[in-house]
Write a protein that binds this ligand. Structure first.
Ligand code: ZN
Length: 78
């Protein structure tokens, strides 16, 4: 019985620590938009960009880092 209480306490402490260590929501992170097509090689800062108006696929929002990982380069219109 005592062991179970200790386990519960340990779990609660863990959860409390986790809630304190969650990433800060407004951390500086640039989001960009890209056309989710196989031929799309550009990312865009604006969702209303001219380059995206030609997109025949879904426009997705990703982090700038993720866009670069996908091999995207900045759209020429911006
Ligand atoms: Zn663009």
């Amino acid at each position: 019985m005592k062991t179970k209480t200790l386990t519960t306490l340990a779990l609660l402490s863990f959860l409390t620590l986790m809630s304190f260590s969650t990433p800060i929501e407004d951390a500086p992170q640039t989001s960009v938009y890209l056309c989710d097509s196989s031929g799309g090689k550009k990312y865009h800062y604006s969702k209303g960009c001219r380059g995206l108006s030609n997109c025949q696929h879904e426009i997705i929002k990703v982090s700038l880092e993720d866009a670069k990982k996908r091999g995207k380069t900045l759209c020429g219109w911006e």
